[in-house]
Ligand binder design. Structure first.
Ligand code: NAD
Ligand code: DAU
Length: 332
């Protein structure tokens, strides 16, 4: 696999993927990224110029996408609007990038016969009750709740249709909540870490009993590489590391690891339509493709993530004030 086209490679998971690929494989990478508010060029610093190139542009730009797909051996499609709260304020960019952008990419992929891996989310399945022993599997019915998850569900459906009707060699993965370095401070874990660094109390939506299934971003990306190499086109793989925890407990762990009292947080307005619980059954990926998570201790992964934010203030400081201003407008 000589050249990978990575869409959205200047965002959180995409940039970690690019670093992972450069470190663990001999592939070259071209990143296509629109450099929205969620991108950070500093996340791509230090990559070797003979194996890495950044192209600024949108996945909705058909001519640009066609020319880049023509040069690639495989495409990994991370580009998306990714934040649920933003999708409740203005759904338009979610429909545009996540649905029209995926359509645009699929048309180019179809013309050039290129291998595609489409990155998606467990949120397409909706949510589970707290006392339900069930977990999501590849056959769980789609039931998205928010404009974000509905747009990702739509993109998955387009990929499935192009695979079946046009024979496009595409795999899909639906992953649970990622944490780790280079995540935008709008997201739950980095928001609380950087608040505490700033002397601001963490903010818990509603009662905080909502459960997320946490996975380290490097484990997600190792799984993506495994699927790209060994997955069967047309198939869907669920990625998760058995990391279920409710938001209140995550905040308590962050407070403890950062030396703050356990009750030093505030409850704020809940998210409308807030999904209660996500849980992934990743046994297909483990048994068929032999993937295993490396980060089995959430506490250790979280502690390393806190150290990363403490050591990289220059990376997150420029985005912090505007992010918090948006939350303040919503009473969060
Ligand atoms: P992110 O918001 O950090 O990064 C998204 C990137 O896409 C940014 O660099 C942005 O500039 C780029 N982008 C946005 N619109 C674009 C466009 N029109 N053309 C080209 N680039 C564009 O998101 P993330 O958290 O890294 O998520 C990446 C992917 O993984 C998304 O598809 C998301 O749905 C999926 N996912 C995320 C998680 C998670 O926990 N963060 C979990 C499962 C799946
Ligand atoms: O499950 C995968 C999804 O995980 C991805 O598809 C999304 O792109 C990604 O953003 C993430 O979605 P969530 O909505 O679960 O992530 P978020 O970080 O926004 O919130 C995590 C939980 O924390 C959620 O229950 C809301 C809550 N929360 C969030 C923030 C920002 C708080 O309690 N306080 C906060 O300040």
């Amino acid at each position: 696999m000589a050249t990978l086209l990575v869409t959205g490679g200047a965002g959180f998971i995409g940039s970690n993927f690019v670093h992972w690929i450069i470190e663990h494989t001999d592939a070259s990478v071209v990143v296509l990224d629109a450099m929205t508010y969620a991108a950070n060029e500093a996340s791509l610093a230090g990559l070797p110029s003979d194996r890495f190139r950044l192209v600024r542009g949108s996945v909705c730009d058909a001519d640009l996408v066609d020319s880049l797909v023509a040069e690639a051996d495989a495409v990994v499609h991370f580009a998306a609007e990714s934040h649920n709260d933003n999708s409740l304020e203005d759904p338009y960019p979610f429909v545009d990038t996540n649905i029209v952008g995926t359509f645009t990419l699929l048309q180019a992929i179809r013309r050039h016969g290129t291998r595609l891996h489409h990155i998606s989310t467990d949120e397409v399945y909706g949510d589970l009750a707290l006392d339900d022993p069930a977990r999501f599997t590849p056959t769980t019915r789609y039931n998205p709740s928010s404009p974000y998850s509905a747009s990702k569900a739509s993109s998955d459906m387009l990929v499935r249709a192009w695979a079946r009707s046009f024979g496009v060699a595409a795999t899909i993965s639906n992953c649970s909540n990622n944490y780790g370095p280079r995540q935008h401070v709008e997201k739950f874990i980095p928001r609380q870490i950087t608040n505490i660094i700033d002397g601001v109390r963490p903010r818990l939506y509603g009662a905080g009993l909502n459960v997320r299934d946490w996975i380290h971003v490097d484990d997600h990306n190792a799984a993506v590489w495994t699927i790209l190499q060994h997955g069967t086109p047309g198939e869907t793989y669920l990625i998760g590391a058995d990391g279920e925890m409710n938001n209140r407990d995550v905040i308590a762990m962050i407070l403890e690891l950062m030396g703050e009292p356990a009750d030093a947080f505030d409850h704020v307005n809940d998210r409308p339509g807030h999904d209660l619980r996500y849980a992934i059954d990743s046994s297909k990926l483990r048994t068929e493709l032999g993937w295993q998570p490396h980060y089995t201790s959430f506490r250790e992964g979280l502690s390393a993530t806190i150290d990363w934010y403490r050591g990289h203030e220059e990376w997150w400081r420029p985005m912090k004030r505007a992010t918090e201003a948006g939350y303040a407008r919503r009473g969060q």
